[in-house]
Design a protein around this ligand. Structure first.
Ligand SMILES: [Mn+2]
Length: 195
């Protein structure tokens, strides 16, 4: 089983993340940020990566540190669980529609962190959640997960739908990328022999 557990504690946040890449998309995510929990649940459900996430942060400032640091810890957990990446598909992509919104995610578990973010969330808030934190989460996930991550909004007018479509698109792309290719299950998917 490809699993990992990461705990990360700073003066700003306390985070623990458990993942199982070979799961069924079961989750228990409690970060103290309601909309963010809803997004993390989508990420697990549609990647089939089991996730248990606990976060406590300096909410009296805002949700920024909690969201960013959860992205860092989740990225670190993915790297640990992937190990030497033997057998994985490595690449994944998905065009995901949700009502008015359509978002495309394309990613490479390359160990070369890079985020391309062509998404415009039309409102500053979704409920009490600062919409700019969606980008912050994916930036942290890409950086600490060693992911080349491209997220492009094709269209969309509702911030909740656009954000949720982004999480689901990344989830579906991750599902493909972390899956083991049965035709190459013993090989690292790079001509360099390492990723
Ligand atoms: Mn929703």
């Amino acid at each position: 089983m490809r699993t990992a557990q990461v705990s990360r504690s700073t003066a700003e946040t306390e985070i623990s993340v458990s993942v199982n890449l070979d799961g069924s998309g079961t989750y228990d995510n409690q970060t103290g940020v309601g909309f963010f929990d809803h997004m993390l649940d989508q990420l697990s459900r549609h990647s089939l990566i089991d996730m248990t996430i606990r976060a406590k942060g300096d909410y009296h400032i805002d949700d920024h540190h909690t969201v960013e640091d959860t992205g860092i810890a989740l990225g670190q957990a993915l790297v640990q669980a992937l190990g030497d990446k033997r057998g994985i598909n490595r690449y994944g992509e998905c065009h995901l529609p949700m009502d008015d919104a359509q978002v495309r995610a394309a990613l490479d578990l390359s160990a070369r962190p890079f985020l391309v973010w062509n998404v415009t969330l039309p409102t500053a808030k979704i409920g009490t959640f600062d919409t700019e934190l969606v980008r912050e989460f994916f930036q942290a996930l890409a950086t600490h997960g060693g992911i080349t991550l491209h997220i492009d909004q094709i269209h969309g007018v509702n911030s909740h739908h656009i954000a949720e479509a982004a999480f689901k698109a990344v989830a579906r792309a991750l599902r493909t990328a972390v899956d083991v290719d049965p035709r190459k299950a013993d090989a690292v998917p790079s001509t360099k022999g390492a990723l």
